[in-house]
Design a protein around this ligand. Structure first.
Ligand code: TYD
Ligand code: MG
Length: 459
């Protein structure tokens, strides 16, 4: 019997140089730790006709039939929303996140839902024993018969199961524990992760099998493993949150079948993850008036408006060099806003430590939060609170001007829903919002929105 011959060589991820053996330093470009093992298979010659490569015809775009395949619902609305309305049949989806964030919990919940809706689901786990998975499943839902567990770390084992039994869904927990015997490197290494993922893709596509692959992300955010397979999969979702807060956010950084701007919000509870459908006010922790140093920003995450409280504290510097710290907000952006406050609004901050915190642990990237950050800092520095029930939405430019942001009507509507009846935003040429306050400069906003000393809070 002829044995299938496979050969591996080592490639440098920097220069692409090849070497038959592993080396710490690339013999071609002298980079360190860049050699990864790759599988090279001897391929048969390309079929030729009279020495010319057999023709592949180009087709007109209008003649191509649409692949409008089915969507499979996970029966978790927030999950489906991020996927763009459910998982596309035959697609491969990567779910990345730090260890302990709840990836397995999310997937077992989705797996049970999909099984309950009549699909055959295979949950391949190399990470935990079947007992552990079953315990978790019973804790968060009701397992059904057509959800099967496969405790294995061997890719060939998964492949065999997929071939012999009819499954519509495969879940791999996790890609870092899977390995193929064709490579000698350890499970979790870059080459193993890549090889296993591309085998999964080859397995899934022709069968119309939908695959969810879990991948761990390191603390630094560099996805050791998953990063190298982002281009192989159809969608990359990341599951984030922090260990001090119960909420978890699911977002897509790549999605071939939907948008990447949707955000799914969950809360980790005693019995698994529960959806937070009404999330816009979820990150606001207090009712009523806020003290000096706080401002509420109406921000957008994709197409969803959220209200978040921004807190700032300024205090006189004691160590010569002022400290500037931001939690949940970009510190480079903070430095810029501080310069604008100082130069354009005359607020002295040179001898002040400035701390900015987004309450509730939310991470804000929307520049529409600029105005609220500036107002919170000014409010703390001047010890004057903001007018009651005010939410702010506006980008701040280097000239101290307030710029309009997208989706102002949705921000306005959501602020109103949550009782923030005074929305402050940029003054536009074409006034098409019903916002109560409109400013063209930051200094006008500071003058207009901070309560004067000795005055009662306006309502
Ligand atoms: P897990 O899904 O195992 O995380 P991952 O697969 O991303 O590593 O979830 C881990 C944490 O979630 C664990 O520390 C406990 C918590 N948890 C709950 O709070 N409630 C629950 O019902 C479950 C199943 C887990
Ligand atoms: Mg897990």
């Amino acid at each position: 019997m002829a044995l299938k011959k496979t050969k591996t060589v080592f490639f440098c991820t920097e220069c692409g140089g090849e070497s038959p053996v592993w080396a710490g330093k690339c013999p071609h470009c002298s980079s360190w730790n860049t050699m990864v093992e790759e599988l090279v298979e001897k391929t048969s010659k390309v079929p030729t006709v009279d020495g010319i490569v057999a023709r592949i015809e180009a087709v007109s775009l209008t003649d191509v039939v649409s692949e409008s395949g089915e969507r499979i619902s996970t029966q978790i609305k927030e999950f489906d929303r991020v996927l763009g309305g459910g998982a596309f049949k035959g697609s491969i989806i990567l779910i990345g996140g730090q260890p302990g964030i709840g990836k397995s919990t999310l997937m077992i919940q989705a797996a049970m839902n999909m099984a309950a809706s009549g699909l055959n689901v295979l949950y391949a786990t190399g990470e935990e024993s079947p007992g552990q998975v079953a315990d978790r499943a019973r804790r968060v839902g009701n397992p059904t018969n057509n959800l099967k567990l496969l405790p294995t770390t061997d890719l060939a084992g998964v492949e065999k199961k997929i071939e012999t039994d009819k499954y519509q869904i495969l879940i791999v927990d996790s890609i870092q524990t899977l390995h193929t015997n064709e490579l000698s490197s350890a499970a979790g290494s870059v080459s193993q992760v890549r090889q296993c993922a591309s085998s999964l893709v080859n397995m899934a596509k022709p069968r119309g099998l939908t695959v969810f692959v879990i991948g761990h992300v390191t603390k630094e955010g560099s996805i050791a493993g998953p990063k190298v397979l982002e281009h192989l999969v159809d969608a990359v979702l990341s599951f984030e949150g922090d260990s001090f807060h119960q909420f978890r956010l699911l977002r897509a950084s790549k999605n071939r079948f939907g948008s990447t701007s949707e955000l799914g919000v969950f809360e980790m509870k005693e019995r698994g993850l529960s959806e937070v459908a009404d999330a816009s006010g979820y990150f606001l922790q207090r009712d009523g008036g806020l003290g000096a140093g706080s401002a509420v920003a109406a921000i957008m995450e994709g197409t969803r408006p959220f209200l978040v409280e921004i807190q700032a504290l300024t205090s006189t510097t004691h160590y010569g060099f002022p400290q500037r710290r931001a939690t949940g907000f970009d510190s480079g952006r903070l430095a810029m806003l501080l310069a604008v406050l100082e130069r354009r609004c005359g607020i002295e901050l040179g001898n002040q430590d400035v701390y900015v915190n987004i309450a509730g642990g939310f991470n804000v990237a929307d520049p529409g939060a600029d105005m609220a950050v500036c107002l919170a800092i000014a409010s703390s520095r001047l010890e004057r609170p903001l007018i009651k029930d005010t939410a702010l939405s506006g980008e701040v430019g280097l000239g101290g001007e307030i710029r309009p942001v997208a989706g102002i009507d949705r921000r306005l509507a959501e602020s109103g829903n949550l009782g923030f009846t005074n929305l402050a935003c940029a003054r536009e040429k074409k006034e098409n919002t019903e916002a109560k306050f409109r400013f063209s400069t930051l200094s006008a906003a500071i003058n207009g929105l901070l309560v004067k000393k000795g005055e009662e809070w306006l309502s």
